[in-house]
Design a protein around this ligand. Structure first.
Ligand SMILES: Cc1cc2nc3c(=O)[nH]c(=O)nc-3n(C[C@H](O)[C@H](O)[C@H](O)COP(=O)(O)OP(=O)(O)OC[C@H]3O[C@@H](n4cnc5c(N)ncnc54)[C@H](O)[C@@H]3O)c2cc1C
Length: 409
C-alpha cells in the first residue's frame, strides 16, 4: 500500500531493516512496524553464523556493495570448525578464506540486529515498535516465521574455553539434525536442533550439554536458555497482491541447516531495489535464492531419510573431499549446486516432504510440517544429563531466564 513516497514494512528484523535502509537512502518515507519492543527481541543473545558458501563472493563484500556497513556490529570469522561425527570422532574441515562469521542476535549494542537498527535510523527510517499492522497494509512483509517445522534449544554460559565452533551430526542428541557449540570471548552457546517434534524437549539439550562437557574442558557457568522455531515452506509466488515477501516470511531460508540471515538480508535488498524499479523481485529471487532453497530442501529430504549411519557417511565424504581438493568449504558449496541427481529428486521432495497449504493472506505455500518423533527418540537420560537438568532448575531459581519454551514451538 503506497501513499506517495511512503513505504510500509512489516517487521524490524534483518530482512525488513535491510529493505528499509536502502529505500530510505533513496528518499522514501519509510515506516517499519514491529510487534516486539525492539529489533532482535525475537532472539536473546544467541550466536548465529552467516555462511559464506552459497555464493562465490564473500557476503561482507556483497554488503559493502549494497552500502550496508558490517562494522556496525561485532562479528568473528572462522576458517576451521570441529566436525563431530555421530561416533564421536572429531575432524577439522578448514578453508583458506572465511567459512563463516559468528554474530550475536538480540538487543545488546554489538548485535547484528542493533547494527541494522542504527543504520536504519541514520538513514531516516521511522521504526514503530510495539505496533500491529495488517500485512495487507504493507508493501514489504518481513515478519519472520509463523509456524514451526523445527525448533532449536540452547544454553548460554560463561566459560574459560577459547573461541571455537563445533558442529555435531547426531540423530540421538539432535533428532534429524545437528547440535553445535559456539564460544566467543568467554561466552558459550550449546544448542540442539530438533527436526522431529518431541515431548520433554529439554532432555535433548541436557544430554547435548553433557556430551560437550565430557569432550571439551568448559568449566561451564550457565546464564540463560534460549531457542526459537523455524518455518520452512516454499510459496508459489514471492510477490502477492503487490506485496513483496522477504526473509523467513517468504520462506527464504535454508531447509538443511536453518541458515537464514544471508537470505533475509539479500531478499530485503532485492525487494527495496524492486520497489525502486531497479529490478523484478520475483525474477531476481527465483534466480538468486530459490535454487539454493530448493537444493537445501532436497538435502533435507535426504537427511530425513537417514540416521547416524548416513550422517557418518556425510562426515566421511566431507573429509575425503577436503583431502582431495585441499578445501573444506568446497563440499558445503557443492551441497547447494542443483546438479542432475538433485534436480531429478525434486518431484519426490515436493510429494514426499512438502504439504500444500493456503495461508490466511491467500498465499499458496508448500510447507514442511514438523515431523513426528520416532521410537528411537525415547531413551533414558544419562546421570550427568539429569544433574544438568537439576543445575538448571537452581539457575532458574536464582534468576536464569528461558526465552523460548516447548509451548511456543
Ligand atoms: C535458534 C535459531 C538459530 C538460528 N541460527 C541461524 C544461524 O546460525 N545462521 C543463520 O543464517 N540463520 C539462523 N537462524 C535463522 C535466522 O535467524 C532467520 O532466518 C532470520 O533471522 C530471518 O530474518 P527475518 O528478517 O526474515 O525474520 P526475523 O529476524 O524473525 O524478523 C522478523 C521480525 O518481524 C517481527 N514480527 C513478527 N510478526 C509481526 C507482526 N505481525 N507485526 C509486526 N512485526 C512482526 C518479529 O518480532 C521480528 O522482529 C536461526 C534461527 C533460530 C530460531
Amino acid at each position: 500500500m503506497c501513499v506517495g513516497d511512503e513505504v510500509h514494512v512489516l517487521g524490524a528484523g534483518l530482512s525488513g531493516l535491510a529493505a528499509a535502509i536502502i529505500l530510505a537512502r533513496s528518499g522514501k518515507d519509510v515506516h517499519v512496524h514491529e510487534i516486539r519492543e525492539d529489533s532482535g527481541a525475537r532472539f536473546d543473545g544467541d550466536f548465529q553464523g552467516i555462511e559464506n558458501w552459497t555464493s562465490d563472493s564473500d557476503f561482507f563484500d556483497e554488503m559493502d556493495e549494497w552500502g550496508l556497513d558490517h562494522n556496525e556490529f561485532k562479528s568473528d570469522s572462522f576458517d576451521v570448525i570441529d566436525l563431530i561425527h555421530p561416533d564421536d570422532e572429531i575432524t577439522n574441515p578448514r578453508t583458506d578464506g572465511v567459512a563463516f562469521r559468528v554474530v550475536e542476535r538480540g538487543t545488546a549494542d554489538h548485535t547484528i540486529d542493533q547494527g541494522f537498527k542504527r543504520m536504519a535510523l541514520a538513514a531516516g527510517v521511522n521504526i514503530h515498535y510495539k505496533t500491529k499492522k495488517a500485512a495487507e497494509q504493507c508493501d514489504i512483509v518481513a515478519a519472520g516465521p509463523k509456524e514451526s517445522s523445527a525448533v532449536a534449544f540452547g544454553e548460554i554460559f560463561e566459560t574459560d574455553h577459547r573461541n571455537i565452533v563445533a558442529f555435531q551430526l547426531n540423530d540421538k542428541l539432535a533428532p534429524g539434525a545437528y547440535s553445535y557449540m559456539i564460544i566467543i570471548d568467554g561466552v558459550g552457546l550449546i544448542c540442539t536442533c530438533l527436526w522431529r517434534k518431541q515431548r520433554g524437549s529439554g532432555r535433548f539439550l541436557n544430554e547435548t550439554i553433557s556430551w560437550y562437557e565430557q569432550n571439551y574442558v568448559l568449566n561451564r557457568r550457565p546464564i540463560k536458555r534460549v531457542g526459537g522455531k523455524g518455518d520452512f515452506g516454499l510459496p508459489r509466488k514471492y510477490v502477492h497482491e503487490g506485496r513483496f515477501y522477504v526473509g523467513e516470511a517468504g520462506g527464504l531460508q535454508d531447509f538443511m541447516w536453518g541458515f537464514g540471515m544471508r537470505y533475509a538480508i539479500t531478499s530485503g535488498v532485492l525487494a527495496a531495489k524492486a520497489h525502486l524499479g531497479e529490478c523484478d523481485y520475483e525474477r531476481e529471487v527465483r534466480k538468486r535464492l530459490v535454487p539454493l532453497v530448493e537444493a537445501s530442501a532436497i538435502n533435507r529430504f535426504l537427511m530425513n531419510r537417514v540416521g547416524n549411519r548416513g550422517f557418518k557417511m556425510v562426515a566421511n565424504y566431507w573429509m575425503r573431499d577436503q583431502r582431495r581438493c585441499g578445501d573444506g568449504l568446497r563440499f558445503m558449496s557443492w551441497l547447494y549446486k542443483p546438479g542432475i541427481i538433485r534436480r531429478g529428486l525434486w518431484p519426490f521432495v515436493r510429494l514426499g516432504m512438502l504439504r500444500k497449504k493456503k495461508l490466511k493472506d491467500g498465499r499458496d505455500v508448500r510447507r514442511m510440517p514438523f515431523r513426528p518423533s520416532k521410537a528411537r527418540d525415547n531413551w533414558e537420560p544419562s546421570e550427568r544429563a539429569s544433574e544438568i537438568a537439576e543445575e538448571w532448575k537452581n539457575t532458574q531459581r536464582s534468576g536464569g531466564k528461558t526465552s523460548f519454551s516447548e509451548s511456543e514451538a
